[in-house]
Design a binder for this molecule. Structure first.
Ligand code: IMP
Length: 434
């Protein structure tokens, strides 16, 4: 039996989707365990170039089952449209399963996400505005609506009817919103409109809805190979990320057991995914961020634009402190290092091995809880020479230029975890296994 969790070791967008797509060939079941359609995975395979938000990347392998676990929050119309895109590309979608315990993202969650960001003004978190945070708030507040309710129209209507008046009261508390966002508010509180759209999506999705725990348990008993697909990364984890610049679920492996529905001890291996440099979308401290030509070069070469929102990603050098922090929380068996080829043209490459506080000169080797402290910390860099050669055609460790191998070995040393995979491009063949 083998259960492997794939977890983001940085701020998200490390390339987990392509790693899952690569490993899904040999998996019987892929489970998404958290987040919602705030996620964005780009998967390039022989069938084309796909942007997935909710559906696990194993969907492209007909023999692989894909489960949206109980820990995921699901926007049913968004899921239907993602499924339709796949059907259009020739996939039948029959290998998609949805946990009946997953919570729904409702139109008023999207509205509340926007209203909360609007109220934060200059202190915006930079959420994806997909309603993810408010959906998890309702889950924790024990008033969420779940997939199991969506396939019981009467229950769904009753829960919706009980909720909409409360949403109207909340909205009334945002000064000026009723004028500025009249159309959005009307749509998000239109009980009949929501019921029609959601129940229609529910009818489409019903054939995919299962008791997720039973599906997972049967797979465990059979000894199936299971991949747990994480969303985002440690630095956006609700507990461990840079609060409040975090998402509302737990990307670390602790969240995988909970959100997939299997015992924590069933996880045999945790594969961390880290990019060969740093990127982030959304606000909050990012010590190695580059606002110069190097940052621009990383963005352009790496095509660093958000898959879900199209926002330009903030780019910077590799932050070994952040990755080591992630290693300690996630206990990676090994790390897959992605997008090494993006560094091909640089004559020298920096790595932040620590942070320094300019206020007192103190050196930090971990991530502080205080956002204001973190904001002022400066990276302590070490420089390595670049390789200035094209690595995209390299297919083995030995093919890589010596300087590229030195760079990877240094990251490995700083993380104290072996780097088992190195990717030099988006195609499946461009994954070097050491
Ligand atoms: P939320 O998950 O939409 O509430 O956003 C919370 C934070 O996570 C923000 O900084 C977002 O930019 C970030 N975030 C959410 N989804 C993704 C993703 O797929 N990739 C990278 N960052 C994300």
């Amino acid at each position: 039996m083998s259960v492997i969790a794939i977890v983001g070791a940085q701020w998200g967008d490390e390339g987990k989707g392509r790693v899952v797509d690569y490993l899904a060939d040999e998996a019987d079941l892929v489970i998404r365990y958290g987040g919602g359609n705030n996620a964005g995975h780009t998967v390039v395979n022989p069938h084309g170039h796909f942007k997935l938000h909710l559906i696990p990347s194993g969907i492209f392998h007909p023999g692989t089952k894909n489960l949206l676990g109980n820990g995921v929050v699901i926007n049913p119309p968004a899921l239907v449209s993602e499924l339709d895109d796949l059907l259009g590309a020739g996939f039948d979608g029959e290998n998609l399963f949805i946990s009946d315990r997953a919570h729904l993202v409702m139109p008023y969650h999207v509205l509340l996400d926007q209203l909360e960001e609007r109220e934060r003004g200059a202190n915006k978190l930079g959420t994806t505005s997909r309603g993810i945070g408010p959906a998890y708030v309702d889950k924790v507040a024990r008033r969420g609506i779940r997939v199991v309710d969506l396939v019981e129209p009467e229950t769904f209507r009753a829960r919706l009817a009980a909720t909409v008046p409360r949403i109207r009261r909340i909205v009334a508390g945002y000064p000026g919103a009723e004028d500025e966002m009249a159309a959005e508010i009307a749509e998000a509180t239109d009980e009949d409109g929501i019921a029609d759209a959601y129940l229609a999506a529910g009818a489409r999705l019903a054939r995919h809805v299962v008791d997720g725990q039973t599906l997972v348990d049967e797979a465990l008993v059979r000894g199936d190979r299971i991949l747990l697909e994480g969303q985002l990364g440690t630095m956006r984890d609700l507990d461990w990320g840079i609060y409040p610049y975090v998402t509302s679920s737990s990307p670390i492996p602790g969240g995988a057991s909970l959100g997939a529905g299997l015992p924590a001890v069933a996880i045999d291996r945790v594969l961390g995914v880290a990019k060969a440099y740093t990127t982030a979308v959304g606000a909050g401290p990012l010590p190695t961020e580059l606002e110069d030509a190097d940052g621009e070069a990383l963005r352009e070469r790496g095509i660093e634009y958000g898959t879900s929102t199209g926002r330009a990603r903030r780019c910077g050098w590799y932050d070994a402190v952040a990755v080591r922090f992630s290693v300690r929380l996630a206990g990676y068996s090994s790390i897959a290092l992605t997008k090494l080829d993006v560094l091909d043209g640089f004559d020298r490459i920096l790595i932040a091995r620590a942070y320094r506080d300019p206020a007192d000169g103190r050196e930090w080797s971990t991530v502080p809880a205080s956002t204001s402290v973190y904001e002022r910390l400066e990276p302590v860099y070490e420089a390595l020479s670049g390789w200035q050669a094209d690595t995209t055609a390299c297919r083995s460790w030995a093919d890589l230029p010596a300087a590229a191998r030195t760079y990877v070995e240094r990251l490995e040393e700083l993380a104290s975890v072996p780097i088992s995979h190195v990717s030099v491009g988006p195609e499946r063949a461009q994954m070097i296994v050491r």
